[in-house]
Design a protein around this ligand. Structure first.
Ligand code: IPM
Ligand code: MN
Length: 371
């Protein structure tokens, strides 16, 4: 028996999480385990009613579960950033989920915008660092000469670039990216382990040619780790270049490790080449703590309650969840049922089909049960 927390969240989140639960329950029936679900009413509605994002009690509570299954957050009634930072990032940081695992895999029968590329060509994993970089939330924005901070920034500019910014605009915003040796080491080691298991290559994505302090440290750590994995071939790429190669030669990639913000950006590109956001899952993993699984896409408020949202990314994230809690066979069965469902043509409109959200979930669950 597993206890799993579910957070439907906003927009289409609750609908797609329902389908995911249905499929995971079916996997439990077939493979002889059960899941006890507890739903947490976290999201925009509660925030608007009570001002609460995630409470201390909830954080303490969530720690007791085998995993968290997360739908989506984001709501037009709330200023951008409030729910994202106050809920999603808060959970990732609180539970120190330093791995953001995002498989980029084109399934059989799925359309990709890349002409001539097949499932053999698009099959890699992005390991995105998930707790550092520009996501640490250190920054400020201010106006007026009297502010001490403004003077400090001006001084920095003058020292570093010998610029006279006296004449510049007197409103400044800054945000700081942080990489720590420990933070880089743990995620890069995880990526090397994964690459060693997959038996191929690990690519580091950064921008060490410009942001040479933070990503210089990142590269140094990468090079240090590489020594312990002689069987894994390695390469460095710059993030701008990697966006070209993902499109032109996705078959070059096997495991890709990247700092947080570049990981955010390149995995939306990855999602598109694997058939769209409706198919892209992710896991926020703390190997020794509480992990959380979610689709990469957002809450798509305009489709809320229409019964047409694509639940496949969430179901796939459910497969990652099963794998994580120690049910790899069930995880595999969910992924093959998902793949079969696509081949059966039971897909939502975004994938060119006619099926509704529930019909897709029912179909996958049925196939999981049958085996
Ligand atoms: C993602 C999302 C989040 C991120 C947002 C919603 C905070 O874009 O999971 O990729 O930037 O990490
Ligand atoms: Mn993103």
């Amino acid at each position: 028996m597993y206890r799993v927390a579910s957070i439907g969240g906003d927009g289409i989140g609750p609908e797609i999480i329902d389908e995911g639960k249905k499929v995971l329950n079916a996997a439990g029936e077939r493979f002889g385990f059960s899941i006890e679900w507890q739903d947490f009413p976290i999201g925009a509605d509660r925030y608007l009613a009570s001002g609460e994002l995630v409470t201390e009690d909830e954080l303490r509570d969530l720690r007791k579960f085998s995993a968290i299954y997360f739908g989506a957050i984001g709501d037009e009634r709330v200023r951008p950033g409030v729910l994202e930072k106050g809920i999603l990032l808060a959970l990732r940081f609180y539970f120190d989920q330093y791995i953001n695992l995002r498989p980029i895999k084109l399934l059989e029968g799925v359309w990709t915008p890349l002409a001539g590329k097949t499932p053999q060509d698009i099959d890699f994993v992005v390991v995105r660092e998930n707790t550092e970089d520009f996501y640490v939330g250190i920054g400020s924005r201010f106006q007026g000469r009297e502010k001490k901070e403004l003077e400090i920034i001006r001084e920095l500019y003058q020292v570093k670039f010998n610029l006279d910014v006296e004449s510049d605009a007197d409103e400044i915003a800054y945000q700081i990216g942080v990489i720590t040796r420990e933070g880089a080491e743990r995620v890069i080691t995880y990526a090397f382990d994964l690459a060693a298991r997959r038996g191929k290559k690990l690519t580091s994505v950064d921008k060490a040619n410009v942001l040479s302090d933070v990503y210089g440290l990142w590269r140094e750590v990468f090079t240090g780790c590489a020594g312990s994995y002689p069987e894994v071939s390695t390469e460095f790429t710059f993030v701008d270049a990697v966006t070209m190669w993902f499109v032109k030669n996705p078959e070059w990639f096997d495991v890709v490790v990247t700092p947080n913000m570049f990981g955010d950006i390149i995995t939306d590109l990855g999602a598109m080449i694997q058939g769209g956001l409706g198919l892209a899952p992710g896991g926020n993993i703390n190997p020794a703590g509480t992990s959380m699984f979610e689709p990469i896409h957002g809450s798509a408020p305009k489709y809320k309650g229409k019964g047409i949202a694509n639940p496949l990314a969430t179901i796939w994230a459910g497969s990652l969840l099963l794998d994580h809690i120690g049910e790899p066979e069930a995880a595999g069965a969910v992924l093959s049922a998902l793949s079969r469902t696509i081949l059966d043509g039971v897909v939502t409109r975004d994938m060119g089909g006619q099926a509704g959200t529930r019909a897709v979930g029912d179909h996958v669950a049925g196939l999981v049960r049958k085996g």
